[in-house]
Design a protein around this ligand. Structure first.
Ligand SMILES: [Zn+2]
Length: 302
């Protein structure tokens, strides 16, 4: 891979947890190994859930993990002044207008319950879907034909069946995650996107949108979906697992080395030898050079 450009994309809707740390570490390791550039992008388009302490937490935990980035905000004040997604609403609107012009959008203000009560599919709200004119102020969905399938790293994702006509514009004039994330990845020319396995459907949704927008370069980006860290109960780790927030772990005396070793174990690297981030990077580079790296193995030559 040449001229790799990747990003760390935390959401300030809760305190970061150990699973987020693993994703940042994997992204950082891959980008540094490829001698690429890394951007910090804080996904705050959903401003109803953003809290300043969660933004501050992102910088505090990246600093604790000693993870560096080359582009993006230097701290919370810089973030709110120059980098918030709320400052880019005109750009999101522009992409929205292009989708609307192509006739791909429809207004739908139905609640989840209303959608369930409607005849037909919960994912394809029949009545609203047939509307031709857009209703100002209402959320917008994109029409996804039921049989739509999207290839992600050789895996077929049945987007139409799994996500249906997903929301791309919310109330209060704000973009939904799928549109904002795609717009930012396009504008910052991101070509390495490292996500947890749970986001493979989002990758498919964004590939679908990019295709509808004629942004064909996006499909040439490299997408890596890594296994998730399980919660103590065995399910998906989420921000509701306060005990596994990095903030809480630090208060309990956990050191960054333990997080690096956790990442090493996930990557199949012998963890006792890891005493710092540079050890982890060295081991990761060796593994990559030997063709034994589980993350790079997913990559198909483009
Ligand atoms: Zn509806």
């Amino acid at each position: 891979m040449t001229n790799v450009r990747s990003r760390l994309a935390p959401t300030p809707s809760g305190y970061l947890h150990a699973g987020n740390a693993l994703n940042f570490l994997f992204t950082w390791l891959m980008t540094r190994t490829a001698e690429g550039r890394l951007r910090l992008r804080i996904d705050d388009a959903d401003n109803e859930r953003t809290r300043p302490e969660f933004v501050a937490d992102i910088f505090a935990q990246l600093d604790w993990l000693k993870l560096s980035w080359d582009e993006g905000p230097s701290g919370p004040d810089d973030f709110f002044a120059r980098h918030s997604q709320l400052l880019r609403r005109d750009r999101y609107r522009e992409l929205l207008a292009r989708l609307a012009q192509a006739g791909d959008l429809f207004s739908c203000a139905c609640s989840r319950r209303q959608l369930q009560e409607q005849a037909g599919s919960r994912l394809h709200p029949g009545n609203c879907r047939e509307r031709l004119s857009l209703v100002p102020g209402q959320p917008l969905r994109v029409r996804v034909p039921e049989n739509t399938e999207v290839e992600v790293n050789g895996q077929t994702v049945a987007l139409g069946r799994l996500m249906g006509d997903f929301v791309i514009w919310r109330r209060h004039g704000l973009p939904a995650y799928q549109l904002a994330s795609l717009a930012d990845d396009l504008d910052y020319r991101i070509n390495l996107i490292v996500r947890g396995q749970d986001l493979i459907e989002s990758t498919a949704a964004q590939l679908f949108l990019a295709d509808r927008l004629g942004e064909t370069d996006f499909a040439r980006a490299t997408f890596v979906h890594h296994p998730l860290l399980a919660s103590p109960e065995g399910g998906k780790l989420s921000k509701s697992h306060q005990a596994l927030s990095l903030r809480h772990l630090r208060e309990a005396g956990v050191q960054p080395t333990e997080i690096y070793r956790l990442a090493a174990r996930q990557l199949g690297i012998a963890s006792p030898a890891i005493t710092g981030l540079s050890d982890l990077l060295t081991a990761f580079r060796q593994q990559t050079a030997q063709g034994a790296n589980v993350l790079f193995q997913d990559l198909t030559p483009k």
